[in-house]
Design a protein around this ligand. Structure first.
Ligand SMILES: NC(=O)c1ccc[n+]([C@@H]2O[C@H](COP(=O)([O-])OP(=O)(O)OC[C@H]3O[C@@H](n4cnc5c(N)ncnc54)[C@H](O)[C@@H]3O)[C@@H](O)[C@H]2O)c1
Length: 254
């Protein structure tokens, strides 16, 4: 299937590791031109060099997605140097060790909600300011199964991910007739560094999540998430608007 991504400029926020990196590789394999945003300079350089070695065009920006000036300036530089933005994939997030709400600090809340919710809002805002006047574009926001059900011990993360769906649906409706589509993906548990952190050590909440597991009997591979992201960003999903594509091995079907 031709996804129509050849030559498209794709911004991937949080693209230096895990699912974001897998998506960057997949977009590059389709002939897209990449702008990878991340706050981890070493991972950013390593990822850009590995993907660049395949012949792909890779532009990098060291960005903190929770900072409006950083987000706006990076988008402006990409528009200036690559001529525009066709796709935004807003994927950056952090997680803190799981804690009951009474033990969760204001700092935990501010950090997680700042990156995982405000960060998505800032990236979407910068992308829409550019895409609406052009009358074209596709935005894919990274939610989670934790955007659809509660995940004990993770109130800031779960609240932020629920909020990502609020942003996705609202902006999709604001832009419904403009040619700019906004959708979200909601993965279950994927094998990445983020989960290694969550499941490290004695953590009763994470243990419960692991024990409950996913009906399919395994974690997702990052490539299984990338397939969904690329489809939503592509010309093969032109009637899909304000949707959440759930990729969770049956977790939320239980
Ligand atoms: N791994 C899972 O099981 C899982 C499940 C559902 C949803 N998700 C979501 O998928 C996305 C990617 O997760 P992952 O597992 O690949 O994690 P990861 O930690 O491997 O990758 C996240 C990337 O985001 C970057 N990042 C974090 N904060 C940033 C900031 N403020 N500014 C810029 N970059 C920042 C990190 O440096 C890293 O490169 C996240 O939104 C996560 O919530 C993951």
């Amino acid at each position: 299937m031709d996804l129509g991504l050849q030559g498209k400029v794709v911004v991937i926020a949080g693209g230096a590791a895990g699912i974001g990196r897998e998506c960057a590789e997949a977009f590059a394999a389709e002939g897209a031109r990449l702008a990878i945003f991340d706050w981890d300079a070493d991972a950013l350089a390593e990822t850009a060099s590995a993907i660049g070695a395949t012949g792909a065009e890779v532009h990098t920006e060291r960005v903190d997605v929770s900072d409006a000036r950083s987000v706006d300036a990076a988008h402006a530089r990409v528009i200036e140097s690559l001529g525009g933005i066709d796709v935004g994939f807003n994927n950056a997030a952090i997680i803190t060790p799981s804690k009951a709400i009474e033990d969760t600090s204001e700092d935990d809340w501010d950090r997680v909600v700042g990156v995982n919710l405000k960060g998505v809002w800032l990236c979407v805002r910068a992308q829409v300011r550019h895409m609406r006047p052009r009358g074209a574009g596709a935005i894919v926001n990274m939610a989670s199964a934790a955007a659809l059900v509660g995940a004990p011990g993770t109130t800031p993360y779960t609240a932020a991910k629920h909020g990502v769906l609020g942003i996705t649906r609202t902006v999709a409706l604001e832009l419904a007739t403009t040619g700019v589509r906004v959708n979200a993906v909601a993965p279950g548990t994927v094998d990445t560094k983020l989960n290694t952190q969550l499941f490290a050590g004695e953590d009763p909440f994470a243990d419960a999540l692991v024990r409950q597991g996913q009906p399919i009997g395994r974690n997702a591979h990052t490539s299984e998430i990338a397939d969904a992201v690329l489809w939503l960003a592509s010309e093969r999903s032109t009637f899909v608007l304000g949707s959440t594509l759930v990729i969770d091995g049956g977790f939320t079907a239980q």
